[in-house]
Design a protein around this ligand. Structure first.
Ligand SMILES: Nc1ncnc2c1ncn2[C@@H]1O[C@H](COP(=O)(O)OP(=O)(O)OP(=O)(O)O)[C@@H](O)[C@H]1O
Ligand SMILES: [Mg+2]
Length: 378
């Protein structure tokens, strides 16, 4: 190949990428474009194909179909060191016998950069570890080791930096700190970051764009607010935050709304917020958009009877679990704006209401059916 693939630059493009292991398809005809310099998150449950996707970008695995490109340069089939790509894994894989500084200088030295040590020092400054440069990895905390691993990747100025659950080994507080740190570092260096996680909060707080993966495919991709506000599948509605769901049949329209019947209750869904316009539809509304009342509210448009099954005070909010007429368990969050004590108790009959403009409609599928009838409401 005449072009030097290590010099490739531009957006990362996956074109119909498939990976089959024997008779199992781990990644299924996946296409996406990650704009150069953006912070992109791949989010999905265990086994959905996230690591396999990253490994194909890194060259550690070759696709059984499709192409991987950086800008105009096709890098499919090239080996890892021929790609301008570095990976930070969950296990930091630092060299234990080298100091922090030598660990970071390793890449630049190997490619014979004259100023390897200075580059290493700059990278350590970026991750705020200059003061620990002379230590060995064994003398660092988990979070510090994670920063060294990051510095060791960033120092190579890769076109694309892959992060596979890099914060997985850290405790919750350190995780939150490192999320903020990673975001700062990404905006400072301006490299393309692809961050893999099964933690939806982590994906949403860090990334410009989140791709939700399920069974080797991308279900939906977009800015975090958009995924949360308008999920397009039942899987996304449940994986990105929580949703209250119900299976309904569409009866007609009312102005800008479609009208569906869910367990003898008529609900309205804005036409523009529904993927489905006739037949069966999965109706959804987010827990914080639902209000709970002790008596029937007037003039709300949508209201449903329910029975309280659990009340949990969480400080800023109270979470109610209720059973709706379909038998499904719904969750309602009420912000604790008043100091009045909560008067509702398990077993109480209540009314639920919501502004119909917040409802959404997605196709009915097995994921959704299960979620709509989930016994534990989780
Ligand atoms: N070398 C392999 N041979 C056979 N099957 C494999 C191989 N590598 C991965 N798989 C399978 O492919 C699927 C996707 O694996 P992958 O490691 O990409 O998942 P993941 O989304 O990264 O999950 P996790 O969140 O648990 O890390 C899994 O079902 C896995 O068992
Ligand atoms: Mg993985």
């Amino acid at each position: 190949m005449a072009t030097n693939t290590r010099e490739a630059h531009g957006d990362l493009v996956l074109e119909n990428v498939t990976k089959e292991f024997a008779d199992f398809t781990a990644v299924d005809d996946l296409s996406l474009v990650v704009p150069r310099g953006s912070f992109f998150a791949l989010l999905g449950p265990s086994g959905c194909g996230k690591t396999t996707t990253l490994r194909m970008v890194a060259g550690l695995e070759q696709p059984t179909g499709g192409r991987v490109l950086i800008g105009e340069t096709d890098i499919t089939g090239t080996r890892p060191h021929e790609r301008p790509v570095n990976t930070v894994f969950q296990s930091y894989a630092l060299f234990p016998h080298l100091t922090v500084r030598e660990n970071v200088a390793f890449g630049p030295k190997r490619r014979k950069a004259a100023d390897a040590m200075r580059l290493a020092d700059d990278a350590l400054e970026l991750v705020q570890l200059s003061h620990l440069a002379a230590r060995k990895p064994g003398q660092l905390s988990g979070g510090q080791q994670q920063r060294v691993a990051l510095a060791r990747a960033v120092v190579n100025q890769p076109e694309v930096l892959l992060l596979d659950e890099p914060l997985g080994a850290l405790d919750l507080k350190l995780r939150r700190q490192m999320q903020v740190e990673l975001k700062r570092i990404q905006s400072e260096v301006g490299l393309t970051f692809i961050h893999v996680t099964h933690d939806q909060e982590e994906a949403m707080t860090m990334a410009d764009t989140v791709a939700v993966m399920n069974r080797g495919r991308i279900e939906q991709m977009g800015p975090p607010e958009r995924l949360y506000d308008l999920p397009q599948t039942a899987f996304v509605a449940n994986f990105v935050g929580q949703s209250n769901l119900g299976v309904g049949r569409i009866h007609g329209t009312d102005g800008d709304f479609i009208v569906a019947e869910v367990s003898d209750t008529k609900v309205r869904i804005p036409k523009q917020r529904s993927e489905i316009h006739d037949g069966q539809v999965m109706f959804g509304v987010r827990p914080e958009k639902v209000r709970i009342h002790e008596s029937q509210p007037v003039g709300t448009g949508n209201d449903v009877r329910a029975v309280v099954t659990d009340v949990s005070f969480t400080g800023v909010a109270t979470q109610y679990l209720v059973t709706v007429p379909s038998g499904a368990n719904w969750t309602v969050y009420e912000q604790n704006l008043d100091v009045e004590p909560i008067s509702l108790r398990p077993g109480d009959d209540v009314w639920l209401s919501w502004d119909p403009t917040h409802a959404f409609g997605v196709p009915v599928d097995e994921d959704g059916r299960k979620a709509a009838l989930a016994e534990d409401g989780a």
